[in-house]
Design a protein around this ligand. Structure first.
Ligand code: PMP
Length: 430
């Protein structure tokens, strides 16, 4: 393929009619496909079906003899904390096991911080005038939605391929109203990138003007590899401690995309002071978590090797779907200059940088052809992509055949939108 930008006006017109014809043919199939949200597919959930019979009749005592059926133990069972401690990179006594949603824990931490402050706060964040968060973008729409809900200002910073632009982060953190930052350090949503050692060291050492600055370290995809390589990143708690900021990181994770998305267990891990702070507020909210589910997870996954084996089974199901998307994008778009896209080694998304100014048009074209995509702009704070270029593709939920069909259509939409934009540009500059 030649670069669209290099085509003569008649060549561009010819390409436009041929791509339009391919798009029309795709549309006429009347498909109904959904690539909007990063949900596990039913066959992935089936991998954990044995859990539905666990912990089993009569099995409800923890190793310490607690009755899992009853109230209590807000921090979570010792064996569940011990199992996930190495995965989270925190000693078991600094791990809290919550119920089924890490997003709920993040939400609660924001609310507690706003109402009460965190260790090191001079006052609650809500009394700070206009608290703000650094938001690497493109990023996770639900992170941004929590901040928007509570009126916390969002300050986007670009992603570089190895984490956020740290020069920009360092400048923003010099403002004392900047209280925190979202980080998805491994297989970031949606770019799939892994924060480099240098990025993580700079985040730990960041000279934040706010003494109560927090990294909301959402390691949602810590064990979600798409290749044989199990990429590791530096331990954020240890890095922060070494840099003299022992209370800086709040770690979050869950088994939503390990076991059952609606019935997993979620984790909060941090410094001893932060864990005490969290449990103090959480104890007003709940008498204790679902410990039978915690036992169920221990019985089913057993140990870190068990988690890894289970994630390998997920990988076998979803890696071909990621490959199918990459294959279609490559076949239709390579060399055209219409888009760049990621080749993630883990996580749940492929991020596409389409031609500037065309993402909304791509979503519209895809919708008309029966392919639902995440709304353009969703990966940016306030839903506003300044370049109207980012598309988040979520290939896990549809079947492989559906992913193949949808990717074909999406690639054509990206190409057609790029050609349309070029034709307008050409007409305007003529
Ligand atoms: N964090 C990130 C980065 C995610 O992508 C998701 C799910 N899409 C979540 C958190 C949600 O996690 P949970 O199911 O534990 O609430």
């Amino acid at each position: 393929m030649t670069l669209i930008a290099d085509l003569s006006t008649p060549e561009l017109a010819a390409l436009r009619s041929s791509v339009q014809a391919r798009y029309d043919a795709f549309r006429s199939q009347g498909l109904k496909l959904d690539m909007t949200r990063g949900k596990p597919a039913p066959d992935q959930l089936d991998l954990a079906n044995a859990m539905l019979a666990l912990p089993g009749n009569g099995d409800y005592f923890s190793a310490a003899g607690e009755d899992g059926r009853n109230y209590g133990n807000l921090q979570g069972l010792a064996e569940t904390r011990a199992l996930f401690s190495p995965i989270l990179g925190a000693p078991a006594d600094r791990v809290v096991v919550g119920d089924n949603s890490s997003l709920a824990l993040m939400h609660d931490c924001i609310v507690y911080a706003l109402l009460k402050g965190v260790p090191g706060s001079a006052r609650p964040w809500s009394k700070e005038g206009s608290p703000a968060f650094i938001c690497p973008a493109p990023g996770y729409d639900r992170h941004f939605a929590i901040l928007e809900e509570f009126g916390i200002r969002m300050l986007p910073v670009a992603m570089t391929g190895h984490g956020p632009d740290m020069d920009a982060v360092e400048k923003l953190a010099a403002d004392p109203s900047v209280k925190g930052m979202w980080c998805v350090p491994k297989y970031s949503n949606p770019t799939g990138e892994i924060y480099s050692d240098e990025t993580i060291a700079r985040l730990a050492a960041l000279r934040a003007a706010a003494p109560d600055f927090r990294l909301f370290w959402d390691n949602a995809y810590c064990v979600h590899h798409l290749t044989e390589r199990r990429n590791e990143i530096p331990n954020i708690l240890e890095e922060c401690e070494r840099a003299g900021h022992p209370d800086r990181a709040f770690i979050f994770a869950s088994t939503s995309k390990v076991t059952l998305a609606g019935a997993g267990v979620a984790f909060f891990a941090s410094s001893a002071a932060n864990v005490r702070w969290y449990l103090s507020s959480a104890s007003k909210r709940s008498i204790g978590p679902d410990k039978l589910n915690q036992l169920r997870h221990v019985r089913f996954l057993r140990d870190v090797a068990g988690v890894e084996r289970h994630m390998d089974a997920h990988r076998a199901l979803i890696a071909p779907k990621f490959a199918a998307v990459a294959e279609a994008l490559e076949r239709h778009l390579a060399g055209t200059g219409a888009a760049r896209w990621t080749a993630p080694e883990g996580g749940y998304f492929i991020s596409v940088e389409a031609t500037a100014g065309t993402a909304k048009r791509v979503v519209e074209l895809a919708k008309a052809a029966g392919v639902a995509l995440t709304p353009a702009g969703a990966t940016w704070p306030y839903g506003k992509d300044p370049h109207d270029s980012n598309l988040r593709l979520a290939p896990t939920f549809p079947t492989l055949a559906e992913v193949r069909a949808a990717s074909e259509g999406i690639a054509l939409c990206i190409l057609l939108a790029a050609i349309e934009a070029r034709a307008v540009h050409r007409a305007e500059s003529a």
